[in-house]
Design a protein around this ligand. Structure first.
Ligand code: ZN
Length: 430
């Protein structure tokens, strides 16, 4: 639902910053997201490269020499994945205020929010839209260990039509201002895909339909044509990148799926035919169903345009109803929140919305672990605690997350690649 941001990219390499020494985590309880079972007294052992070598009962665990298992109370589960973030933007950057924010300043905002997101238990994110390739710089700085943050796949500037959701339409004609990702026509769009990948994008983000936080367009109306989206998908796939399409509108969702786009963002006005097409093509749907509450309650204060608030009023509830219908119809759903529309670090608030609108807690957790990993193309590496996966582990206290998903809003332990990021229990013991 964001205004357009230029650029998102992802490196196809994983972070080089990891444990550096073998180690182990002893969990009082552990949620196996695959089976949906909670096991007690489990130990996760990891190697010096930060990947898991064994998971099983503590009594039979072989702890690496010179290592002591880190004791974690509560329930362990894999680090969470958010498929739709904008870490270089804050809610108050909406509307005209955003025009005063430089690219270097945006990069620094990203440093702040990457850390917040990681500390909230999200150890992997897919960032779908940033200006000036700030997301590429942030991803690389995290991978180099210069700043703290989740594993990132990034898109660089999102591609879109002139005057569309991924253009910037706030200034009058005499400023001749065009957003970085604007490309009209199949060949211009192909060239933009190539350029975006040249500067470091891990995936391509496009705007298939209008949006909520942009000026002068409507979420339901198509923007990129089927012909343009076929060209984009073909070019990106040829170069080994997936494509995420912002699509609220009924027709745009179907066109994007038919074009071979990999994930549909927002999916707000999807109909039965669109759901059937998504199932047929194996397309993942990403419904950002938490941020509606924030936009309606806080959006005006944050500087969002009055027309944006009006658009959200019309589309928010429909999106939630269609989320429930798509899930109950068996469509593939991955967890994505559009963070940046609401404050970063609150990403886990969406779990309760997903349960309120038809999912069981394990379904919502799988959307943010196993399913998101599949949608990213990182299955087996993230979103699971199994041999070969990164030791990206979080823990929550109190009730089981299967009994109350809101416990995911306050994680007490975060490990990324075998390195402890936060351990509130240890702090309390000191
Ligand atoms: Zn977005």
């Amino acid at each position: 639902m964001r205004r357009l941001f230029p650029a998102l990219f992802c490196s196809l390499v994983f972070s080089s910053v990891a444990a550096a020494a073998p180690g182990a985590v002893h969990c009082a309880h552990l949620l196996d997201v695959r089976s949906g079972e909670i096991r007690t007294d489990q130990t996760i052992v990891f190697a010096a490269d930060g990947t898991i070598t064994n998971v099983g009962p503590a009594k039979s665990a072989v702890i690496p020499p010179n290592a002591t298992a880190i004791e974690v109370a509560g329930t362990c589960l894999p680090g969470l994945i958010d498929m739709h973030t904008h870490v270089t933007f804050d809610p108050q950057d909406s509307g005209y205020a955003g025009l005063g924010i430089s690219v270097p300043r945006e990069a620094i905002t990203g440093v702040k929010n990457a850390r917040r997101t990681l500390y909230a238990g999200f150890t992997t994110i897919r960032n779908v839209g940033a200006s000036g390739f700030t997301d590429v710089a942030l991803r690389d700085a995290i991978n180099d260990g210069d700043v703290e943050g989740p594993r990132m796949l990034v898109s660089g500037p999102p591609l879109g039509i002139t005057g569309g959701h991924c253009d910037d339409n706030l200034l009058p004609y005499e400023y001749h201002h065009v957003a970085e990702g604007v490309a009209d026509g199949p060949w211009a769009a192909r060239a933009k895909v190539r350029e975006t990948i040249k500067y470091g994008a891990d995936l391509i983000k496009i705007c298939a339909s209008g949006g909520v936080l942009s000026k002068g367009d409507l979420p339901g109306t198509p923007q990129y044509t089927l012909e343009e989206m076929i060209a984009i998908a073909e070019e990106a796939h040829k170069l080994g990148r997936k494509v995420a399409a912002h699509a609220h509108g009924t027709q745009s969702i179907k066109d994007a799926i038919r074009a071979g786009i990999d994930t549909i963002e927002h999916s707000s006005l999807i109909d039965d035919e669109g759901i059937a097409l998504a199932k047929e093509h194996g397309t993942y749907l990403v419904f950002d169903i938490y941020n509606d509450d924030f936009i309606l309650q806080e959006g005006a204060k944050a500087g969002m345009l009055p027309e944006s608030i009006e658009k959200e009023k019309k589309i928010g509830r429909l999106q939630r109803e269609n989320f429930r219908h798509a899930f109950q119809s068996g469509a593939k759903i991955a967890f994505g929140t559009d963070s940046g529309v609401y404050p970063h670090g609150d990403n886990a608030k969406q779990f309760a919305k997903m349960v309120e609108w038809g999912m069981q807690p394990i379904d919502a957790i799988r959307a943010a672990t196993l399913s998101a990993a599949l949608a990213l193309g990182w299955s087996g590496k993230v979103g699971t605690l199994e041999p070969g996966a990164y030791a990206d582990i979080i823990a929550v206290q109190g009730k089981s997350p299967l009994a109350d998903v809101t416990v995911l809003q306050s994680v007490s332990f975060v490990m990324k690649g075998g390195a402890v990021v936060r351990n509130d229990q240890a702090a309390a013991q000191k």
